[in-house]
Design a protein. Structure first.
Length: 147
């Protein structure tokens, strides 16, 4: 899991470097970029525990990918990642507002544009904390049984 965390930081660094080459200049500077990368890596760490549990419980890489995609894609598409939520139907707004991906995207954007706050950070970090709290014990128990 630590290796994944470091790999996510490395991947984020490559994306930011390419963005910089292409003209992206975050208003919050290097500190904002580092904050965004750290939040993203922490979120990915939480998701990693979910996928580790799935991998130990499902046994087949194809089934892990299928189940994982069925979980991740709805969260991604019903968020503020691709489309402004104001353009989505009113009945979808409460779901978008409760979506952990929405909170993650708000935190990443705020970190890079200089409007980051502890409230935004807390909202973004609730989901990874919950994922680790729930799925780390499941993963460790499943790993112990598989040995």
């Amino acid at each position: 899991m630590l290796g994944d965390f470091l790999r996510h930081l490395g991947s984020a660094s490559v994306v930011v470097a390419i963005g910089y080459v292409l003209g992206f200049r975050p208003e919050a500077g290097l500190l904002g970029v580092a904050t965004a990368m750290l939040i993203l890596a922490v979120f990915a760490f939480g998701v990693g525990w979910v996928f580790s549990a799935l991998a130990l419980l499902l046994k087949s890489p194809a089934s892990v990918l299928t189940v994982g995609s069925l979980i991740i894609f709805p969260f991604t598409f019903v968020s503020n990642l691709f489309v402004d939520p104001a353009t989505m139907p009113a009945w979808l707004q409460p779901i978008i507002d409760a979506n952990p991906i929405t909170h993650l995207i708000v935190a990443l954007r705020a970190a890079m544009d200089g409007s980051f706050s502890l409230e935004i950070a807390a909202a973004a970090l609730v989901a990874p904390l919950a994922m680790v709290s729930l799925f780390a014990p499941i993963t460790l128990r499943a790993y112990g049984r598989s040995r």
